[in-house]
Every structure is written in structure tokens, then in C-alpha cells.
Design a protein around this ligand. Structure first.
Ligand SMILES: [Zn+2]
Ligand SMILES: [Zn+2]
Length: 367
């Protein structure tokens, strides 16, 4: 089935601002909320569809991508709009549902999805250019083995939750609506822990360091983020885990500088090479290239190596390398070299230092 247009789903104009979007979404969420439509898969689908549309349109960056390129553009940019289940939706829009249904803020309803984790990943310049596989260690929390993630000391009993009387649900009356929600105190389990597990202190979770391998695509740059679904914190039982966001940080390179997909470098040439022309060998991100320096090349001139820059992540384009030649001045001379340079200076008009090249330059400027 083709996806419906997000604006059509929410029933708003393409120019709708954040306030109008939120209002439209709240109206639909109230209409199709599962509490008001028990065992109605059609309402659930509409609820999910509206949540997805709102997720995209309420995010300025995603909205811009969608406006320009539609659904295909979002997946092309690495977004995967939509939610795995209701718990995912509630944890995402907790604050909106919070004031819709008068409960506690922050998605306390139902089993909670695991938290997202963010990690900075430093890369060498060439690792970013060519892509790589990186082993990373992510500190996280997992279900406690000792108590089977229940939080209760093994062998001890739990007592019924006082808030909900062990039902795991509480009913709230709001206007003409009666809304059943998961009990905020026992989170739906209906039970309270009397003697906490000693290993996890009743939380049911312990710390663990997860080791993952992250595939870094060629062409990434500092600040880019890679999202690994389901590799964040473990969720409550029955709820999905969070996502892992890896933020790339590229270390500077001694020779190459980067701007987008273009690479910049400086290469020293000698005065005779600048005067007479030469072929010089220049490092590139792929190895080496030859740059032809024509006769009479001034210091600072830039030679482009077209298509020898960095490959874009989508592999559709490649940048250039810009080679700037700089005429080097030797700091020490052999006596033979010095003799020759003095001879050259005399040929070019007399005294070294006072008149000559510079005087000639000023004369031409008429100063
Ligand atoms: Zn435990
Ligand atoms: Zn309870």
C-alpha cells in the first residue's frame, strides 16, 4: 500500500506551523487512542499513522527533507519514520499524551522503551574517507541475572501493589472519558518488591558493557551521526530497547585538509621548478597523482585534481583535490649555489637587496 501524504494524514495545510500540527495530532490521538478503541486494529493503525506523520513534521530537519523529496527522501537520508509498537509511541510523545490524559509526564504509561544512548567516536582522517569497521564498547544496563530482572531477592515473595490493588491498571475519569492506564507505581506488574535483590538493589537491572561493531560508511565527516536501532538501553520487559547514536569526530590530518568532499593540500616546489616547469608527485587519499607544473608558475597557484577528493556517502559524487604549490626558499646554501644565485641576480638587474627585482616591480606599477 502506498504511504499517505503526512499533511493529508494530519489534515493540515503544507504551511501549518508547529502549533497547528500539534493541535491536529492531539485531536487524532484522542479520537484513535487505544484506550477509547479497545480491540480495534483499524483505530490502532490510524493512531500509528498519525504518530508517524507527527514525528516527521514536528522535526524541522525531517520536515524539510520530506517537503523536498517525500517519503523516499526520508529513507534516503537515513530516517526510518514510524514506530515498532504502542510503547514506542508513548515513550516518544510522553509529554503530549501526558497532558492529554492527565497522567504523569514523561511516558510513565506502560512498559517503557529503553533509553537512547549517544557515543562519540573518534576516527582517523583516512578511516573517515574510506570507511571502516569499528569495535565500540557501550556501557548499558541489562536485566539482572540474580533475580531474573524482577528486582526481588530470590526466594522472597512480592506483595500486591497498594496503588492499583494488584490489578496493574488504574482508571482515571476525565470529562466524559474513563481512561485505563498502567499503574504508575508498579508499572503494570501489580506487585511491589518487599526484599530487594542485593545485586541490583531492586532495580532489576545491572551494568554491562556491550561490545558492538559499527560499520562506518566511506565519506563520513565530523558531526555526522549514525543510528543503530535497538542498541541502546534495554527497555522494560515487553518494550523495545533504545537506539544507539554514534557521533563521528574526525581527527585532523598532517597533510590533507578537508572541506565537504574536497581535499586541500600544500606542496613545496623549488624556484627552478617554478621557473622551468616540472612534474611533481603528490599524495592523494587513494595514493599518488602527478601534477604538471607549467613554466613560470607563481607561488600559491592551485592545481585541481578533479574527482580525486572524497566519495560522498551516497556514492553518487566525488570531490576534488586542490593542490597549492608553494615555492620554497632554502635556508642554507652551498657556496656553489650561492655563486649561481648571485650571478642570476646580477643578470636580473644588479644589486641584491637594494634595487633589482623589486625596483622593477615598483616601476611597472608606476610608483
Ligand atoms: Zn537483581
Ligand atoms: Zn500498581
Amino acid at each position: 500500500m502506498d504511504k499517505r501524504d503526512y499533511y493529508e494524514v494530519l489534515g493540515v495545510e503544507k504551511t501549518a506551523d508547529a502549533k497547528v500540527l500539534k493541535k491536529a495530532f492531539r485531536k487524532l490521538a484522542l479520537e484513535f487512542h487505544p484506550d477509547r478503541n479497545p480491540d480495534n486494529p483499524e483505530a490502532e493503525d490510524k493512531f500509528k499513522e498519525a504518530s508517524e506523520a507527527y514525528e516527521v513534521l514536528s522535526d524541522p530537519q525531517k520536515r524539510q527533507t520530506y517537503d523536498q523529496f517525500g517519503h523516499a527522501g526520508l529513507s534516503g537520508a537515513g530516517y526510518q519514520p514510524g514506530f515498532q509498537d504502542m510503547g514506542d509511541i508513548f515513550s516518544h510523545f510522553g509529554d503530549i499524551f501526558g497532558d492529554l490524559f492527565g497522567g504523569r509526564r514523561g511516558g510513565q504509561r506502560g512498559p517503557r522503551r529503553g533509553a537512547d544512548l549517544e557515543l562519540r567516536l573518534p576516527l582517523d582522517f583516512m578511516e573517515a574517507v574510506h570507511g571502516c569497521q569499528k569495535e565500540i564498547e557501550v556501557p548499558t544496563h541489562v536485566g539482572c541475572d540474580t533475580c531474573d530482572a524482577t528486582g526481588a531477592k530470590p526466594g522472597t515473595a512480592k506483595k500486591p501493589c497498594a496503588t492499583c490493588g494488584g490489578r496493574g491498571e488504574v482508571t482515571q475519569q476525565q470529562m466524559f472519558l474513563r481512561i485505563r492506564t498502567t499503574c504508575p507505581d508498579c508499572r503494570g506488574s501489580g506487585a511491589m518488591i518487599e526484599t530487594p535483590c542485593e545485586d541490583c538493589h531492586g532495580h532489576g537491572k545491572t551494568r554491562q558493557v556491550n561490545k558492538w561493531t559499527v560499520s562506518i560508511p566511506a565519506g563520513v565527516d565530523s558531526g555526522m551521526q549514525i543510528r543503530d536501532r535497538g542498541k541502546g538501553e534495554t527497555g522494560d520487559p515487553g518494550a523495545p530497547p533504545g537506539d544507539l547514536y554514534v557521533t563521528i569526530q574526525v581527527r585532523p590530518h598532517d597533510f590533507f585538509k578537508r572541506d565537504g568532499h574536497d581535499v586541500y593540500c600544500q606542496v613545496p616546489i623549488s624556484y627552478p621548478q617554478a621557473c622551468l616547469g616540472a612534474e611533481v608527485s603528490v599524495p592523494t587519499v587513494d595514493g599518488e597523482a602527478t601534477v604538471k607544473i607549467p613554466r613560470g608558475t607563481p607561488s600559491g597557484k592551485v592545481f585541481p585534481l578533479v574527482g580525486q577528493g572524497i566519495t560522498a556517502i551516497n556514492k553518487r559524487s566525488r570531490g576534488d583535490q586542490h593542490v597549492q604549490v608553494v615555492v620554497g626558499v632554502p635556508t642554507s646554501l652551498s657556496s656553489e649555489e650561492e655563486d649561481l644565485i648571485r650571478k642570476l641576480a646580477e643578470l636580473q638587474d644588479g644589486n641584491v637587496g637594494e634595487k633589482g627585482f623589486f625596483r622593477d616591480f615598483l616601476d611597472r606599477l608606476n610608483i
